[in-house]
Design a binder for this molecule. Structure first.
Ligand code: SF4
Length: 65
């Protein structure tokens, strides 16, 4: 089992909070919504911070086989 980062891209507010906290895996698309560069990271503290700071509450973690 491994943890996978998920994001409901269509609901993104486009405020770039997550990209400021964790640019390793989040990037802003040209349409003003977040892009997920990678689905996992070892930077767990930063990931949990991005999850808690996202105003749209659309960043999550899911378990994958
Ligand atoms: S913090 Fe949330 S709402 Fe803001 S850009 Fe990232 S995913 Fe979108």
């Amino acid at each position: 089992m491994s943890e996978t980062v998920t994001v409901k891209r269509e609901e993104c507010f486009g405020d770039a909070v997550c990209t400021a906290v964790l640019p390793e895996i989040f990037d802003m698309g040209e349409d003003g919504k977040v892009n997920l560069i990678k689905e996992s990271t070892t930077l767990r503290k930063e990931l949990l911070e991005a999850i808690s700071l996202c105003p749209a509450r659309i960043i999550g973690l899911s378990l994958k086989d």
